[in-house]
Each structure stands twice: as structure tokens, then as C-alpha cells.
Design a protein around this ligand. Structure first.
Ligand SMILES: [Zn+2]
Length: 306
């Protein structure tokens, strides 16, 4: 089954709602129900998700560019009790402000908290100082709870297994597995139908290609009973299971191999950027972020030999 067909299935199985009038979210933002009580917001910027329980709502990822609260309010009036951030990138960790009235417990990895104080808060306040309307009156709230390794939250009759996966897309990527719903939120460790971001932070930190491959292999090797792995970017493929994770793992291996062949043939980075042909298997991916990830493959091959 092609990816496009799967998206259509997702729309049929769940449902898609427009945001409420006046809400701050980017055009094209839609909500897809991916399992009972589990929803993904997608279609504009980064993806986010939320889970409704009898005891309240758990939100995974938030972005100042997309106020997802109106989507949640379409489904339930219950309060947001927990907010998680998959990693310290602005498109996944800057929207806590929208949930401030509910005062959720905001949880990230310890790396997330470190990044907040080292980079994120400064960047956020710089943008705010530029007078961008989006940031008017907004604050970047810090996580209130951090962890290394694993954290299990038992909430509303469900088990939320958060895991600090290590240095892949960023220096601290978190996933969240919900066994009773056969769903796993992947953050930017998974991108469907588009090239992954290079995860630049402060001009210093970038995604780690080999680290990402290692993390994806470990997730595949867990053989978890998961129907849907939710990507950080791109459409969610409801019911496609681990194949999405395999495709993402293979993407990094195959693409790096192609870049390495061009390096061996004496091509410079500029030539690679100009001449690179995306292998057939990934040729349908949106090209928007291709140059950034090619630079990363090249630089890490030269610098680290991986
Ligand atoms: Zn992202």
C-alpha cells in the first residue's frame, strides 16, 4: 500500500476538523484520530498529539506557531494535566504557553531542561524582542520535571512510557509508547515522506546520523506491539506499524551510502548539493529540507567517518 493511500485511510478511520475561528494555528493544520482517545495534529509545521482520559488530557509536543488547544477543546473540556516535549527544538517545545490556564506538569528529558537554559530561552526572547506578533505577551515556560532513562506515567487508566533515547536528531530525543493504544510518539526521530531536518541549534548542535540509526535500530529490535508510530513531521500512517521506522532507518543508511560514493568520486560538497539524485525509494519525498541533510551526511562522513 502506498503512503498516499494510507493517509486517505487515516482520514476515513479518524476524522479531520478545521481549527476554531480565530485560533492561532497555521493554515492546513488538521486533527487526525489515530486510535481510541488518541489524536495527532498535523499538516502544518511539526506534528503534535494528545490523549484524552477520564482524569484529563496528556499532550505530546507543542509549538508557539500552532495553538492546538482549540482542537483539544473540540474533543473534551477536561484539563491538560501533562505536557511532554520530545526534544528541545522550537517547533516541539515552545507552546506550553497555550496550556497555561490548566497548569500542566511539563515533562522533558534532563537534556531538554539543559537546552532550555542554555539555548532555547535566549532564542525565544530574541524573537520576542524582534516584535513578532506571535510572541506578543508569550513566555517560554521551562519543564517542571526532568528525567534520564525511562519514566512511566500511569494516568487515566493508561500507561505512558516515556524514554530518553539518547543523541539522535538532537542530544536528547524522547519517545512515548502507550501500550493500551498501540501507539508510539516518535518526535523527530521519524519523518514520513519528507527529508529529516538537520536539527541545528545555536549554530553548534546538529543531528547525529549514526546516533539516529542506532536509536531506530533499537526501537525496531524492541518488536513492540505498535500499530502506529507518530512522526514529528509528515503525514501519520495509521496502522502501518514498524515499516515507517524501518523506512526511516534505511533512509539514513541508503542516503549516506550515496553521499559516500560521491565523496569517493572526488565530488565537493557544492557539487554534491548540485548533482545529488535521491534514490528511487525516497524520490517522492518533499525536497524542502534536502540540502540541509546532505550537508550533514557530508560533514559527518568527513569529520567523524560515520
Ligand atoms: Zn521538528
Amino acid at each position: 500500500m502506498t503512503a498516499k493511500v494510507l493517509v486517505a485511510v487515516a482520514v476515513l478511520v479518524g476524522f479531520v476538523l478545521p481549527p476554531t475561528a480565530g485560533a492561532q494555528s497555521m493554515p492546513g493544520r488538521t486533527m487526525v484520530k489515530i486510535a481510541p482517545d488518541v489524536y495527532t495534529m498535523t499538516g502544518a509545521g511539526s506534528n503534535a498529539g494528545f490523549v484524552v482520559t477520564d482524569e484529563g488530557v496528556l499532550v505530546f509536543d507543542s509549538d508557539i506557531r500552532n495553538n492546538d488547544l482549540p482542537f483539544i477543546r473540540k474533543v473534551t473540556d477536561k484539563k491538560v494535566i501533562y505536557l511532554f516535549s520530545s526534544h528541545a527544538s522550537g517547533d516541539h517545545s515552545t507552546g506550553a504557553w497555550y496550556f497555561r490556564e490548566d497548569r500542566p506538569v511539563y515533562i522533558g528529558t534532563r537534556d531538554q531542561i539543559r537546552a532550555y537554559y542554555q539555548v532555547e530561552l535566549k532564542e525565544f526572547n530574541e524573537r520576542k524582542a524582534q516584535g513578532l506578533p506571535l510572541y506578543k505577551g508569550a513566555e517560554l515556560l521551562p519543564p517542571s520535571l526532568g528525567f534520564d532513562g525511562n519514566m512511566t506515567v500511569v494516568f487515566g487508566g493508561l500507561t505512558f512510557q516515556a524514554r530518553a533515547e539518547g543523541y539522535g536528531h538532537t542530544s536528547g530525543d524522547m519517545t512515548m509508547y502507550i501500550p493500551q493504544r498501540r501507539v508510539m510518539f516518535m518526535g523527530d526521530l521519524l519523518n514520513n515522506e519528507l527529508h529529516p531536518g538537520q536539527a541545528e541549534a545555536g549554530g553548534v548542535f546538529f543531528a547525529n546520523i549514526q546516533g539516529t540509526i542506532d536509536i531506530l535500530n533499537r526501537i525496531i529490535d524492541r518488536n513492540l506491539p505498535v500499530d502506529t508510530y507518530v512522526p514529528g513531521h509528515g503525514p501519520v500512517h495509521v496502522g502501518r506499524g514498524v515499516q515507517d521506522v524501518i523506512d526511516q532507518r534505511d533512509y539514513f543508511i541508503v542516503m549516506r551510502d550515496e553521499v559516500a560514493k560521491m565523496v569517493m568520486a572526488g565530488r565537493t560538497l557544492d557539487q554534491i548539493l548540485k548533482e545529488f539524485k535521491v534514490p528511487q525509494r525516497f524520490a517522492h519525498y518533499d525536497h524542502g529540507r534536502l540540502a540541509g541533510i546532505l550537508r550533514l551526511f557530508y560533514n559527518q562522513l568527513i569529520e567523524r567517518g560515520l
